[in-house]
Design a protein around this ligand. Structure first.
Ligand code: C5P
Length: 404
């Protein structure tokens, strides 16, 4: 576990009505020992198992319970808490809480907060083993996972109801360790990160273009991960259908040339450049001012000319930043990635297999990451989590390079 991962992280801890709620007291202490700033939100049922005063004393802040309480909303209302949180951790989470989260309910403070927040969500379930195995619960878990919620545990063993089986809340130390593995350490404070994302569109005529299947999801997830790590992020994006992440400044472009020009204008003095975009390698040599008409001829020839290689333009510059490239390959992933690492003078390259429904325009991915002295495989995960794992690795290598 990265010792620093939870340092200065703002964590909303949601406590719901399970007998395991008594473990939340220890959990608050363990999180604070790692340097996290913890605000506790309890459901009314949780207050039957552990008092708000206990969690208030241990967290050092008032505990929020009511959605419709003018005093609590005035102190730190649900929208403010939703924006404040770097992570929301629900431990213990009952079967009912899972069902309510999965169906998008927002009729108590905790569920309203979750639905209003863009922050990542980690959930540590706790319930009787039959309730855990219940098909409805398992469907809810699958649904929450598909929305990028991280499910921590549950553990197996003795249960408070006298039964044995899967459904116990993970021990507080294990929850803290699991969370620390998911969180990007806040080590990019004061650093400027420039990221490219999405496809480029190279116009043929006013209505047609050459594009590609990149959705921009990985680049946008990298921008979120960099912002989570405290960086100032400039995201230069091709045409995509994605909302701008909070705390990220976004510049929209269409063509490779425009992306090149914006990158060169923003990369000066930046600390990290992450080239996620699927930039067109060729563009039509000529742009037809009027729409090309269908004619009797059987073939239409387009003459294509190479675009500028943006990432190489950055690595060829003076005072270059730490540069990370991506390689999407249909075959021989490792060989092509290593060749690109050298040829484009990158510090790191993250490679993945694409084609046949893998890689592009999907939510899950797997990466092989290479740098001069090593490599690592980041296993299949939702792109948001994969981006956090990759950002943690980038920070490690960036720090190693800048301290030697
Ligand atoms: O050569 P290839 O396109 O496979 O290399 C991929 C890497 O190079 C990616 O990081 C991509 O963003 C970057 N690239 C670029 N400008 C181009 C082509 C690729 O920055 N014109």
């Amino acid at each position: 576990m990265s010792e620093q991962a939870l340092h200065n992280k703002k964590i909303v801890l949601g406590v719901t009505g399970s007998i395991a709620a008594y473990k939340s007291a220890d959990l608050v202490r363990r999180l604070r020992e790692k340097g996290a700033d913890v605000r506790v939100v309890m459901t009314k049922a949780a207050c039957e198992f552990i008092t708000p005063l206990t969690l208030q004393t241990l967290s050092g802040h008032p505990v929020a319970i009511e959605l419709l309480d003018a005093d609590q909303e005035a102190a730190m209302g649900h929208i403010k808490l939703a924006r404040w949180a770097d992570w929301i951790l629900i431990a213990p989470a009952t079967a009912d809480t899972l069902a309510r989260l999965a169906s998008g309910r927002a009729d108590d403070l905790l569920t309203a907060l979750c639905s209003a927040s863009e922050s990542p969500l980690a959930i540590a379930p706790a319930m009787n083993n039959k309730m855990w195995q219940n098909e409805a619960t398992q469907n809810n878990i699958r649904h929450l996972r598909s929305q990028s919620a991280q499910i921590l545990g549950p553990a197996s063993g003795d249960q408070a109801c006298g039964e044995q089986g899967e459904g116990r809340l993970l021990e507080p130390n294990d929850i803290v360790e699991a969370l620390a593995r998911l969180v990007v350490p806040a080590q990019l404070q004061g650093k400027h990160v420039v990221i490219t994302a999405g496809p480029t569109y190279e116009p043929i005529d006013p209505v047609r273009f050459i594009g590609n299947r990149s959705s921009g999801k990985m680049g946008f997830a990298m921008a979120v991960a960099a912002a989570e790590a405290g960086a100032d992020v400039t995201l230069i994006s091709g045409p995509v259908n994605l909302p701008t992440p909070t705390r990220v400044s976004r510049i929209d472009i269409e063509t490779a040339q425009q992306m090149h020009d914006e990158v060169m204008a923003h990369v000066q003095g930046c600390d990290l450049f992450i080239a996620c975009a699927a930039v067109a390698d060729f563009r039509p040599q000529q742009f037809e001012r009027n729409k090309i008409k269908k004619t009797k001829q059987e073939q239409l020839q387009l003459i294509l000319t190479p675009t500028l290689d943006i990432v190489s333009a950055v690595t060829d510059g003076d005072k270059r930043p730490f540069v990370v490239g991506f390689a999407a390959e249909t075959n021989a992933v490792e060989a092509y990635a290593k060749d690109k690492l050298k040829r484009k003078k990158l510090d790191m390259i993250a490679a993945n297999q694409v084609g046949d429904g893998v890689g592009f325009a999907v939510n899950e991915n797997e990466l092989q990451v290479f740098w001069e002295a090593g490599s690592r495989i980041l296993p299949m995960a939702p792109k948001k989590q994969l981006a956090r794992d990759l950002m943690t690795l980038i920070i490690e290598q960036y720090n190693a390079k800048n301290t030697t």
